[in-house]
Design a protein around this ligand. Sequence first.
Ligand code: HEM
Length: 407
Amino acid sequence: MTGTQSPTVPHYDPTDPAVQADPYPLYRTLRETDPLHWNPPGFFLLTRYADVHALLRDPRLGADNGADNGGDTASDGDGETHTERMAGGDTPSMILMDPPGHTRLRALVNKVFTPRSIAYLHERIERIVDRLLDNWGTGEGDFVEDFAYPLPLEVICEMLGVPEADRADVRDWSEDMAHLVDPVVTPETVARGLRGRRRIVAYFRDLVAERRRLPGEDILSGLIRAGTEGDRLTSDELLSTAALLVVAGHETTANMIANGMLALLRHPDQLALLRSSGPSLVPSAVEEMLRYDGPAQAVGRRALTGLDLHGVRVPRGARLVLSLGAANRDPERFPDPDRFDIARRDNRHLALSGGAHFCVGAPLARMEAAVAFTALLRRHPHPELAAEPRWRERTGLRGLRELRVRV
Ligand code: HEM
């Protein structure tokens, strides 16, 4: 494989703790010096906004599902493909599919994820937020464990009709399964991811059977009903969609709320501005949290055909990693990009992806974050950082392990 970097360009290693704590200086070097970075052994990394924005919509790229598309690059580099990661006869979820299968599945899921069904959740989310804040009380606590994680977990479990007694298990499995979207994996993380997926799928197999017998108002029942006679979700599709919704709806949103809180705590002027402006600035603050330090740092794609990028031939079958986190700090698109500015205008970031796979849960994630920060600052207008935060050892989803906060 031809390299495009000069010897001085650093290797992108998202398993490096320093990169996990702050990947942005490395992104900057890559964006400035090597916009199509060949990262041995296995993928091209793109970091400029214009490239990432365009490639998310480019039909010459497909999902990185490891399908044999006759690639010129024989190996995956890291020796592991998504198909292998999803092994065991399970149907891949829509995030790993291309048209026409993806289009069909997404249309069916969209029938259930309507703006109306999301708006309907507003009051329920407020109740969950209030309960979590009641439990927290005052004093010092871990914002991640006590608030950021339980909130989206409760929301997605209520939506899917998962009984309260099962939610702790679902959370553990989902945390394991989230490793499957890491762009850089080890045999251990793959094994952990597959174990989580198997358990979630087994769990939902029973729950789906129960909902078929006794339908409810939850989205699982909605997904069972969605479509027309002859075009409904198959049982395998139902299971992979439910598993995807748990992970996508929970891990990402939790990390967004915690990363966003950290950004506020580290920028007291912005915290003061949000406090004084009240709820009106919350939606714009949420967008800036997503841009400034979003939870989904990168998405993977496969070249379905050979293509030329930055004067280099990218062969058919090559893996590309599109860095949403780097694109969102590109000064060509965002003035003063390293500034956290909750009143930023024209903030069309890529934190929720773009094109065919644009996040299905975007309105829900935005609403959860808005309700959370509105209630939080009303109850606790002067939160303080109580200790240096600790980051999770993850290569795909960026999130905190612990965030000690004093209120
Ligand atoms: C802040 C929170 C969230 C972030 C940052 C986020 C981010 C993303 C990203 C980057 C993708 C696209 C991946 C790609 O292009 O390959 C995606 C897709 C998806 N997201 Fe989210 N997400 C969030 C919340 C949610 C929630 C709350 C749900 C549902 C309950 C959800 C469900 C999905 C689904 C089903 C897809 C697959 C869409 C497709 O393949 O067509 N997400 N999300």
